[in-house]
Design a protein around this ligand. Structure first.
Ligand code: WT7
Length: 635
């Protein structure tokens, strides 16, 4: 671990105060942990008014040199990746830093041979195989911009993302293993590419052995190309603000946003937050169960652990295959010391009972982590007691795709570890609560909309191709502040507790979903007149998706509610992917609307949550009569 890891409450206070009061000194010191090809001239410039934020300006660097080459002197034969396949009988693969270097160089040379240059967009639509991690690093090695699309998204969703960033090349698998199923990734890619003329090359990494179609000239098997490629590739040094990746995420309007992260600030943020939050020692084994298709897999699989020279487990499968003991079996097998997962996984495993836990030796564990949604006290207690045996701190890490890395979290050796509290802002993070009018809420205890007052290195710099939307989405609600979309509380002592989204975004099993995006998908069905989607509390998923739909009463197709639900599921699977399927579909004759025609979601949320006792004032509605009908038909 480097010199400036936060080890106790005094360190935390000193570092935190310095990070806000003497930015120059603080970040200069932090930056000295990294390798720069040319030093930076200025720590930071720009603000939340001009939205031209820059960090470490003037520098030249390559993030993969920091993730790999830099470690070769001392850690060449240290394991970087322990690959745990979907099938537990498949032998785990150990990849050392030296082998990772060679693999990344080969892949980078393959990309170069296909004409990929600095600034080009490379799409990855893969399952969790080593070639995904290697490919992403290879893209960064040559200054290209990677955009990973989660392998659960549909052809339509994939096509939308490719079109938006005008990628020229896509890397996929023939198919992917997922529990007892396979996902036909190449076939879905073929379907998507029908509407993606910018793509000239498809590289296929063989995983399942699926019978697939290969289009001559466009499609190539990756493996033979890697075998022939040179295992050295000089890193391309890029400017600090050159783009590193685009990652699409949902917002409160229909179209997913391509958040753009740039190189130097993101690198420092991923590296430092990983170091301080997890405190992984030289001989420890870290495991983050996320998929690289999400931001967690970018910052805390691909970059954070490698920047710090850690050994980590990369897992292809799902928590319940072949049974609900899989996480604990693999923890025992690889002697995992640091384990980072999502509350939804904890709740799902809890529901399977303790037998799956008790049969495994979890004594290697030192630190547990949680991410993706608020962790309820019950799940926190279960995790603490049965997995951590009441001896592991639980870092409840609050952050977002937009923030690039962890923003608020208790730190081992520092935190109080209060169930469901994210507790304290990390150095460089300046949170502020505002009320609905944008007036700062001061003092403790307090409650408000969570905003951030000043730029931090890891923040997304723009939405790809739409800087105005970036301004609108994050900086217009409360001018001069970054608005997170989350509500939060502080207790008497000032510890932060994140309570959840206050906008039209819902969080289903830790996956972010825009209600408008799901509505857009439902509305594609020819028998849908109108729809409204809200979230409701769900025991395992955190939030479930509840869709109110007006179905054409004249439709000859079907009027059976079960069949309607099925048809709508199919439509959502086609437009977005299985993760966005509505859990409940209620057919209604009308949606409650204000006189200006706005759907009154407050009412729909209340009914969906199973509480229709007090609807509040509905006299201003255009159609108050539908409220009674909706209440009576609640599912
Ligand atoms: C939203 C961001 C952060 C990576 C995974 C999700 C919610 C995330 C927590 C937490 C309470 C959390 C927020 C946030 N969230 N972590 N520890 N406690 N809420 O990234 O898809 O960008 O979603 O997830 O609502 O805004 P994302």
């Amino acid at each position: 671990m480097s010199m400036n890891t936060i080890k106790n409450a005094d360190d935390y206070k000193r570092f935190y105060d310095m990070s806000l009061n003497d930015k120059e000194a603080f970040w200069s010191e932090v930056a000295s942990n990294y390798k720069w090809n040319r030093p930076f001239e200025k720590i930071t410039s720009g603000d939340f008014n001009n939205l031209d934020v820059k960090w470490f300006e003037g520098a030249k660097l390559n993030i993969t040199e920091n993730c790999i080459d830099r470690h070769l002197e001392k850690r060449a034969n240290k394991t970087a990746i322990i690959y745990e396949a979907n099938n537990p009988d498949e032998e785990s693969l150990h990849i050392t830093y030296k082998e990772l270097h060679s693999r990344v160089c080969k892949f980078a040379n393959v990309l170069k041979d296909r004409g990929v240059k600095k600034g080009d967009r490379v799409i990855f639509y893969m399952s969790m195989v080593p070639d995904l991690l290697v490919g992403v690093l290879a893209s960064a090695r040559i200054g290209a911009i990677h955009s990973v699309v989660f392998g659960g998204f549909s052809a339509n969703a994939l096509a939308g993302r490719i079109q938006d960033c005008e990628a020229t090349i896509i890397v996929t698998n023939d198919a992917g293993f997922r529990g007892d199923k396979t996902v036909p990734l190449k076939a879905i890619t073929d379907e998507a590419l029908k509407s993606c003329p910018t793509i000239k090359t498809v590289l296929v990494s063989k995983r399942v052995g699926e019978d697939i179609q290969m289009i001559e000239g466009r499609d190539h098997w990756l493996q033979p190309m890697l075998d022939q490629a040179d295992n050295n590739c000089d890193p391309v040094y890029v400017d600090s603000e050159d783009p590193l990746f685009i990652l699409y995420t949902s917002g409160s309007t229909g179209k997913p946003k391509g958040l753009l992260h740039t190189t130097a600030g993101y690198m420092v943020w991923a590296g430092e937050t990983y170091k301080n939050v997890f405190q992984v020692g030289e001989d420890d084994v870290y495991w983050c169960t996320a998929d690289i298709g999400w931001i967690t897999g970018h910052s805390y699989i691909t970059y954070g652990p490698l920047l710090n020279g850690s050994t980590q487990v990369m897992f292809e499968g799902v928590p319940t295959y072949p049974d609900a003991g899989r996480f604990w079996e693999a923890t025992e097998k690889h002697k995992v010391t640091h384990f980072y997962t999502a509350p939804t996984a904890i709740r799902a495993l809890e529901a399977h009972g303790l037998d799956y836990v008790k049969s495994h030796d979890l004594s290697s564990l030192k630190v547990l982590g949680s991410v993706g949604e608020p962790i309820n006290e019950e799940a926190w207690d279960w995790y603490n007691k049965n997995i951590g045996k009441e001896k592991c701190p639980i870092v409840d890490t609050w952050w977002q795709t937009e923030t690039g890395g962890i923003m608020i979290s208790p730190l081992p050796g520092v935190g109080k570890f209060l169930p469901s509290f994210a507790e304290s802002p990390l150095p460089g993070v300046d949170p502020i609560f505002v009320d609905a009018e944008g007036v700062e809420v001061t003092g403790n205890p307090a409650e408000g909309n969570l905003c951030i007052r000043s730029p931090w290195p890891g923040m997304a710099r723009t939405i790809w191709g739409d800087h105005e939307r970036y301004r609108q989405t994050y900086f217009s609600t409360y001018p001069g502040l970054y608005f997170t979309g989350d509500g939060a509380k502080r207790n008497e002592q000032g510890d932060y507790r994140i309570t959840g989204r206050v906008d039209d975004v819902i969080n289903v099993s830790g996956h972010r979903m825009g209600t408008a995006e799901v509505e857009d998908a439902l509305n594609q069905h020819e028998d849908i007149v109108e729809s409204a989607v809200v979230g409701y509390p769900h025991d395992i998923k955190g939030q479930g998706i509840y869709a109110y739909v007006i179905w054409n009463p004249q439709s000859k197709n079907t009027q059976d509610p079960k069949q309607i639900h099925k048809e709508l599921n199919d439509m959502v699977i086609k437009m977005i992917g299985p993760i966005a399927k509505p859990d409940k579909v209620q057919v209604v004759s009308g949606l409650p609307k204000t006189r200006s025609g706005k759907i009154m979601r407050r009412i729909l949320r209340k009914v969906a949550s199973g509480d229709s006792s007090n609807m509040g004032d509905i006299s201003t509605l255009l159609n108050p009569e539908v409220v009674e009908e909706i209440k009576n038909g609640a599912l």
